[in-house]
Design a protein around this ligand. Structure first.
Ligand code: NDP
Length: 240
C-alpha cells in the first residue's frame, strides 16, 4: 500500500537516498531540510522517474517549523503514515577543544530535532491509531570513540528516546531505530576541528553507500502492520 512518508534531512546523504528509494516503491514522500534548492532538485528527479514528492523548508531545531512540516503534510494528504527522523550533524572534536557551540548544535539537531518530530507526529498517529516512527541513530548509539563523545551522547539519547517511545506508544504505532555505520554522505563536512578531520579521513576509507541504509528503512516500513522492526545496525564489513 502506498504511504505518505515524511523524511527530515532529505537534502543529502541517507535522507536523499531514502526518499529516492521509498518514492521508487510508490510511496509519496514529503521532503524537509534547510537547503530548499537541493530538495527541489530531488523532487524533480523523483517526479521525472514517475514518483510523487512535496518539499518544504524545515529546520528541525525549531519546534514550530517541525509542527508546521507535519501539519502541512497531513493537510495535503489527509494523513502521514511514517516520519523518518534522519536530520543530523556531526562536528566531531575532542572535549578539550571546548567547541561548545558545536556541542550545542549537535544537541539541538540530533536530540531536540528528534523530539520535535515526535511532538509533531505523535498526536496524529494516536488519533488515527496508526503510524510509524523511524529514527536514524548510529553505531555511535552503542559505542563511544575519541572526538565523538558529544555526537555519541546525542545518538545514545536518540536510541533511548526511540526505545522509550516504543514502550509507551499505542501498539498500533510502530517504532524503528536504524543505526548506520560509516556511510557515504556529506556528514563529515561539518567537522571544523583539524585533528578530528584528519582522523575521519582514515575512518571513512571504507564506507557503504547511503542506499544500504535506505534499503533498511524500506524493509522496516514494508513489514505487515503487526510486525515492528525495532532496530537494525548496518555497517561496512571492515568496520570493527
Ligand atoms: P548528510 O550531512 O549528508 O545529511 C544530513 C542531513 O541533515 C542533510 O539533509 C541536512 O540538510 C540535514 N540537517 C542538518 N541540520 C538540519 C536542521 N537543523 N534541520 C533540518 N535538517 C537538517 O549526512 P548523513 O546522510 O550521513 O546523515 C543522516 C543521518 O545519518 C544523521 O542523523 C547522521 O547522524 C546519521 N548517521 C550517518 C552516518 C554516516 O556515516 N554517514 C553513520 C551513522 C549515522 P540541510 O543542511 O539542507 O538542512
Amino acid at each position: 500500500m502506498s504511504k505518505v512518508i515524511a523524511v527530515t534531512g532529505a537534502s543529502s546523504g541517507i535522507g536523499e537516498a531514502t526518499a529516492l528509494r521509498l518514492a521508487a516503491e510508490g510511496h509519496h514522500v514529503v521532503l524537509g531540510a534547510r537547503r530548499e534548492d537541493r530538495l527541489a532538485s530531488l523532487a524533480e528527479k523523483i517526479r521525472a522517474a514517475g514518483g510523487s514528492a512535496d518539499v518544504r523548508r524545515l529546520d528541525v531545531t525549531d519546534r514550530h517549523d517541525m509542527t508546521a512540516f507535519v501539519d502541512a503534510a497531513v493537510d495535503a494528504h489527509g494523513r502521514i503514515d511514517v516520519l523518518v527522523s534522519n536530520a543530523g550533524v556531526m562536528p566531531l572534536s575532542r572535549l578539550d577543544a571546548l567547541l561548545v557551540e558545536e556541542w550545542d548544535r549537535m544537541i539541538d539537531v540530533n536530540v531536540r530535532g528528534l523530539l520535535h518530530g515526535i511532538a509533531a507526529a505523535l498526536p496524529h498517529f494516536q488519533r488515527r491509531r496508526g503510524g510509524h516512527f523511524v529514527t536514524i541513530a548510529s553505531i555511535g548509539a552503542h559505542e563511544v570513540s575519541p572526538t565523538a563523545a558529544v555526537y555519541c551522547a546525542t545518538k545514545y539519547a536518540a536510541w533511548a528516546i526511540t526505545e522509550g517511545l516504543r514502550q509507551e506508544a499505542d501498539p498500533s504505532i510502530r517504532v524503528t531505530t536504524i543505526s548506520p555505520g560509516v556511510t557515504e554522505s556529506e556528514l563529515a563536512g561539518s567537522i571544523t576541528d583539524p585533528g578530528a578531520r584528519a582522523l575521519m579521513g582514515d575512518y571513512r576509507a571504507n564506507t557503504i553507500p547511503a542506499g544500504a541504509i535506505a534499503d533498511a528503512v524500506a524493509y522496516a516500513i514494508a513489514q505487515p502492520a503487526d510486525v515492528d522492526v525495532n532496530e537494525m545496525i548496518i555497517r561496512p564489513t571492515r568496520q570493527r
